[in-house]
Design a protein. Structure first.
Length: 328
């Protein structure tokens, strides 16, 4: 009888062991077959859920830096770029989540504030823009900022370090300013040219003032984290301190920096890339008909800088603005 009890006990242990093995096998199959197990590995600094759990401000791949005033309509950014992180600075509202200590220098003050505040937590690429969707200088046949941002090739920004969001040479290239031989007139351009050399010496006392400055207009650009950090944080603080205390009018101080951003980010004083090469590398538009300065059917220089109310439903074909479909 003893051997029967031992046999039953051995049989029972064998059955329990088999059941346990089957359970573990099925559990492992469910685990390995789950979407989470096969999801591509994502570094923790790009995993926003991981960032929230840690409670830290973890860098993103790309971020928009937007200069605005309280009356601006920035809803288009959430509508078309809902997954992008947006840093919308409202310069005339001290209670806004993102604002500036002093409202001077137009877009330059929020741009510098972002760089200084985020210097240690910058994303791969920061894209600096104005708040309006439609602007006369946007590199698009109908001046629409949406396709400009959608086409921007981040890998090219990382490779080049700094890119303007314009490729057409009109307004800025190849020689916008001659700081050592300025024109003494009273227009915005001449006033900025007259001030440029003095400002440059203040901000970059060890560097020679360039004889010629050429760059695409309008202070909209993308820059890599590495290129921002090519200068120390205190350099940007010095520039912002100058902007906050200068006696220059806003239109002049902002224009001086408009043609200094590329130099700040370590580009040559004349940064005017061949238009066709620029469209291909920056926006992926590689089959255009181009000369050195422009590409056909990409940009129409308007007679005015204020967009018609209700554009593009209202205004095309009037007062020097292009017709709808002119680039088709």
């Amino acid at each position: 009888m003893l051997w029967r009890r031992r046999y039953r006990r051995s049989t029972l242990l064998l059955i329990v062991s088999l059941i346990a093995l089957v359970y573990l096998h099925n559990f492992s199959r469910r685990l390995l077959g789950s979407p989470a197990a096969h999801r591509a590995y994502q570094p923790s600094w790009r995993n926003t859920n991981h960032a929230k759990r840690l409670g830290k401000d973890v860098p993103e791949e790309k971020e928009l830096v937007v200069a605005s005033v309280e009356s601006d309509d920035t809803r288009w950014l959430n509508l078309h770029f809902d997954t992008w992180k947006k840093n919308v600075y409202v310069v005339d509202n001290a209670s806004a989540p993102l604002t500036v200590s002093v409202n001077k220098g137009r877009e330059a003050m929020p741009f510098l504030t972002y760089i200084i505040d985020r210097y240690d937590t910058l994303p791969d690429v920061s894209i600096f823009i104005h708040s309006s969707r439609y602007q006369w200088h946007n590199e698009d046949p109908m001046y629409d900022g949406v396709p400009v941002l959608r086409r921007l090739r981040l890998e090219h920004v990382l490779k080049r370090g700094y890119v303007s969001l314009r490729c057409t040479w009109e307004k800025g290239c190849p020689a916008e300013l001659t700081p050592l031989h300025p024109f003494y007139r009273n227009d915005e351009r001449s006033l900025a040219e007259q001030a440029y050399a003095s400002v440059f010496r203040q901000l970059f006392p060890r560097d020679e003032v360039p004889g010629v400055v050429g760059a695409h207009c309008s202070s909209q650009f993308a820059v890599s984290r590495a290129r921002v950090r090519a200068r120390p944080k205190r350099q940007y603080e010095r520039i912002r301190d100058w902007l906050a205390t200068t006696d220059l009018d806003d239109v002049v101080s902002s224009r001086v920096l408009e043609y200094m951003w590329h130099i700040i980010f370590r580009m040559q004083a004349v940064d005017c890339q061949d238009a066709g090469e620029c469209f291909c590398q920056t926006f992926g538009l590689c089959n255009l008909t181009c000369d050195r300065e422009k590409c056909r059917k990409r940009y129409w220089l308007p007679d005015h800088k204020t967009m018609p109310a209700g554009w593009p439903e209202n205004g095309p074909g009037t007062n020097g603005w292009p017709e709808k479909g002119w680039a088709d």
